[in-house]
Design a protein around this ligand. Structure first.
Ligand SMILES: *[C@@H]1O[C@H](CO)[C@@H](O)[C@H](O)[C@H]1NC(C)=O
Ligand SMILES: *[C@@H]1O[C@H](CO)[C@@H](O)[C@H](O)[C@H]1NC(C)=O
Length: 534
């Protein structure tokens, strides 16, 4: 880790080397006329983009187009295509989840044709009409559809202002994201102000559930604050902040078994935390993720969120993270139940590596960056160890080993895959994106690319990309016929961004000269920050 750490940070020696490289690069580049049009300065050294990176970007954009063509052909307007049977499903209310979730990716890949197709679709949507029932799931629609629309608005009014210049389409996007924001706002009409997870958008009514997850309550702040800042209507931000207050000052004490780390459920009646069982995975994950990201979004307003994130991160290092025996350089995150820990980690939790790296870069804390890298490296080791080169859904591990005749304590067997399904989840690719930004170590690009090639090889169908039943079986076992919209929103985007050196919407990198002017929501939709960039 120390090796990577030294490479990764704007220390004096590193800066001096960069300055020298800048001069050399200028000398080489200028005659070719391929220098950045922005002009160079010592603070912002150029990065040489290799033909390999360009070829990889093109291959990813082609994979996106392939999956888009399949979805368009068989299921356009439906939520999800099953890419083996070519059947359609409306599992998110029938707003065309895959189409809307793909919009920022299409824009960032420069795919104007697809972007226009999606914007026309959005313009014609009626959010009051829900397919297969009368309610929508607030968490999923917020992070996928709602965030995608806001992100597209930010991208089209920023770095991609040259795309989709039709004012009617742009206006329709604005109207529709506000309409959807109003419908989602209905979720907060509860005794405590903690949202419920299901809303009937036609009647502006919630269901009657007594509890929500802390992810459900704590993953609204970025999207709602952004909509407030774009529209000037502060109601959205206030709703999300009110809910978040219960998570920033959790009650009762048993709901916070480790400082900053909570039980995963919250009462919508009282705002109390229910139980003391939690993890960085399902039901909780993006609550922790958004603490640091809310601060990035508006560092004046959300200072207290940063403080809580630092407490949670510190507790995780002290109490939750653990190292499989023989590998002190890898970190895996246990789940907790009160004070009891279980050495079990699900694929969703792997985002935490990137989250630690981001928080470490933002606060200039190398300990946190290195910790995140040790999670990124554990993921790399797991992916490299399977037959398909892909990770599964669950791992368990041992931290110690009593050697015996049957148990030679092989460090290669310290981590065990207990659920080998590959659900095309993006969290590991996300963590490698942050790891690459922080270190510029090409190994993270190579891991990301290797995973992408495995996806192309084992998951590809005639119409898209399918989940697999077993990453450790020949050919990945069989195809599970599931392709969630995050394949378009996250998988493609994170691999692409990991192979793109310079872009205004990147998170900061190791050079430390740029601040974060964009922040990625939990579905990889970039939002432009509103407060002083950090
Ligand atoms: C602001 O947003 C809230 C929440 O959706 C909505 O009820 C209210 O009408 C909006 N106010 C204005 C002036 O648009
Ligand atoms: C960096 O983070 C670690 C882990 O939370 C903490 O122990 C340390 O004090 C932090 N360093 C600084 C300089 O804040």
């Amino acid at each position: 880790m120390a090796r990577l750490g030294r490479l990764g940070w704007g220390r004096t020696a590193f800066k001096a080397t960069l300055a020298f490289c800048t001069i050399m690069a200028l000398a080489f580049l200028s005659p070719l006329g391929s220098a950045s049009p922005r002009g160079f300065s010592i603070e912002d050294p150029p990065v040489l983009v290799s033909p390999v990176q360009t070829a990889r970007q093109n291959a990813i954009a082609a994979a996106f187009q392939h999956a888009w063509n399949g979805y368009s052909k068989y299921c356009f307007g439906h939520d999800t295509l099953h890419p083996v049977s070519n059947t359609c499903e409306d599992d998110f209310g029938g707003y065309g989840a895959t189409a809307i979730d793909s919009l920022p990716t299409a824009i960032m890949f420069g795919n104007e044709e697809v972007a226009v197709q999606i914007l026309n679709f959005i313009a014609a949507l009626d959010f009051k009409v829900v397919k297969g029932g009368s309610r929508i799931q607030v968490f999923e629609v917020t992070i996928r559809h709602f965030a995608a629309m806001i992100s597209a608005w930010d991208l089209l009014h920023g770095p991609f202002s040259h795309m989709v210049t039709n004012p009617d389409l742009r206006h329709a996007l604005y109207v529709q994201m506000t309409t959807l924001g109003d419908a989602l706002s209905c979720a907060f009409d509860t005794p405590s102000g903690v949202p419920r997870d299901w809303v009937d958008p036609a009647l502006c009514q919630t269901d009657k559930a007594t509890q929500n997850t802390i992810a459900g309550a704590g993953t609204m702040i970025l999207e709602f604050a952004r909509l407030s800042d774009i529209t000037g209507n502060q109601t959205y931000a206030h709703l999300a902040q009110t809910a978040e207050e219960y998570l920033l000052k959790p009650q009762p004490a048993t709901g916070e078994p480790y400082p900053g780390l909570l039980g995963s459920f919250i009462s919508v009646e009282t705002g109390q935390i229910l139980g003391s069982k939690g993890s960085w995975g399902a039901f909780a994950d993006s609550f922790y993720e958004y603490l640091i990201k809310a601060y990035l979004y508006n560092s004046d307003l959300y200072q207290s969120y940063l403080e809580r994130w630092l407490i949670a991160a510190d507790s995780t290092i002290r109490s939750i993270g653990s190292h499989p025996y023989g590998h002190p350089e890898w970190t895996l995150l246990s789940s907790w139940d009160g004070g009891n820990l279980q050495n079990s980690m699900e694929s969703l939790s792997w985002f935490a590596g990137g989250n630690f790296i981001l928080g470490g870069m933002v606060t200039s804390n190398q300990t946190l960056v290195d910790y995140g890298l040790s999670i990124a490296d554990a993921a790399g080791a797991i992916y490299e160890s399977t037959k398909t080169g892909l990770g599964g859904e669950f791992v368990t591990w041992s931290t110690t080993c009593e050697a015996s005749e049957n148990n030679p304590c092989d460090p290669n067997e310290a981590i065990r895959l207990t659920d080998g399904r590959f659900r095309l989840r993006p969290e590991v690719l996300e963590t490698w994106y942050y790891a690459y930004r922080a270190t510029k170590d090409p190994k993270y690009q190579d891991w990301s690319w290797a995973a992408f090639e495995s996806i192309n090889r084992y998951c590809r169908t005639d119409s898209g990309f399918s989940s697999l039943t077993d990453v450790n079986a020949d050919e990945g076992g069989s195809k599970g016929d599931v392709q969630e919209s995050f394949v378009f929103a996250e998988v493609m985007k994170y691999v692409y961004l990991t192979h793109l050196e310079d872009a205004p919407y990147h998170v900061q990198d190791s050079r430390g000269s740029t601040k974060n002017t964009w922040v990625y929501n939990t579905e990889a939709h970039p939002l432009r920050v509103a407060g002083p960039p950090r």
